[in-house]
Every structure is written in C-alpha cells, then in structure tokens.
Design a protein around this ligand. Structure first.
Ligand SMILES: [Zn+2]
Length: 229
C-alpha cells in the first residue's frame, strides 16, 4: 500500500488538529521511510521478481526492523514519546504512537504472507489483496480520498501557499501511485531504495502545506431562541 497510508494520516488530522500533517505523514509512513535506508545498509532484503503478485514485483524477503508488528509498536512508542516531550501535547503523542503501527495493519491487507509479527522465527502474515487489483485499488482510493475529504473539511487555506502546497502534494502522491501501478519494475534494489528516499520530501511537503492552513473550529451549536423574560 502506498497512497492509503497518506490517506489515513490526512484523516487523522481531525482527531488532533494541533499535530502537523508532516508529523502525521512521518508516523503513518514511518516503516516505509525507514526501509530504504535499511536496504542500503544491507540490514533488510527485497528481491525484484515480476509476477510475484499481480500488482507489485517486490518480494519482501526480510524486513523485521521496519515491518514487524512488534518493532512498529516500539517505533510508534518512541516517536510518540519524542513528539510528546517536544510539543507537550500528549494526546497528539498518543495519536502519533498509534499511527506508526497502523502501517502494519494496512500492509497486512495488501501483502502476500510476508509480514512478521516480531524479528526472528515469526509466522508471516498477509491477506494478499495485491493479487486482486480492483479491490486493492478501491481500498487505497477510498482511504486516500476519504482522508483528503476530511482534511479539507477541517482545515482552510490561510493564504495562496495553503492551496498550492496541498494540491501539488495531492497531485504528486497520485502521480507516484499511478507510476507504481503502470511503470516498469525497478531496475535494481539500489535504484528502488534511492527512489524510496524521495518520500522524505513528502513529509516536508506535508509540513509546508499544513503550516499554510488553519484548523477550522467545529461549528458552535445554533443559538437557542431568546425566551421573553
Ligand atoms: Zn510498508
């Protein structure tokens, strides 16, 4: 899953409007942000095997640090703690901590059984929606556009940058999604890993867009008609 993780982050803004979209992106996509570096360091492994699933040519051979449930819970706790200490917003911190392992749950729907529960000899799980392209795309689209609609309802642009930054970000995410779907398989794992590092740009883009938008306060209940004294 790609764009669905960003959709969940967009939707999470409603729960804690003080947390920047950049931070929500960082949390929801933390596993996939960490993964390219672990590949480059040789700590995790992937093979490019066209045909292994209908939708992705990647065989995730070994990725317990970025993609085991246990470590995603640990990364979430660490990121949440860091956020809480920095911002003194503990409800926001709890949201950050929960968003990190949300990645594992969404990946669970898409991946073949290759997701470990914990490092070492863990069972591998995955429901394999990547072999059912229509259902997989539908799920990604519903998650993304649902999250985007909620973000648009609960924030308003403060200035022109608040419009341009957000819509260019949306266009960029959609472009990557289509590229992943229709483009050729990566030429090498190194090329894949370096392309994956570009996702840090999306996190910065999230901070930029969010800084130029303001939270829309929830509507006050309509005033009761005044009763005559
Ligand atoms: Zn992932």
């Amino acid at each position: 899953m790609f764009i669905g993780h960003f959709g969940l982050a967009l939707g999470a803004k409603t729960a804690q409007p003080r947390v920047s979209l950049g931070t929500l992106f960082l949390a929801a996509q933390f596993a996939d942000l960490l993964w390219p570096t672990l590949l480059l360091l040789g700590l995790e492994r992937v093979a490019i095997q066209p045909g292994i699933t209908h939708m992705t040519p990647l065989n995730f051979e070994h990725y317990p640090i970025s993609h085991s449930l246990l470590l995603q819970l640990v990364w979430g706790a660490a990121l949440g703690l860091g956020y809480g200490l920095l911002r003194r917003n503990w409800r926001g911190a709890a949201l950050v901590a929960l968003l990190v392992p949300s990645h594992w749950l969404l990946d669970l729907l898409m991946h073949r059984p290759d997701l470990p529960l914990f490092p070492g000899h863990s069972p591998l799980l995955g429901l394999g929606l990547w072999n059912h392209p229509l259902a997989a795309q539908l799920l990604e689209a519903v998650t993304f556009f649902g999250g985007l609609a909620s973000y648009l309802r609960h924030t308003a642009a403060r200035n022109k940058a608040g419009v341009y930054a957000l819509w260019s970000l949306v266009a960029f995410l959609l472009l990557i999604q289509v590229g992943n779907l229709l483009g050729p398989a990566p030429t090498s794992v190194t090329a894949l890993a370096w392309a994956g590092q570009l996702q840090w740009l999306i996190v910065l883009w999230g901070y930029w867009a969010d800084r130029n938008r303001a939270a829309v306060p929830a509507k006050a209940p309509a005033a009761l008609p005044q009763l005559a004294p």
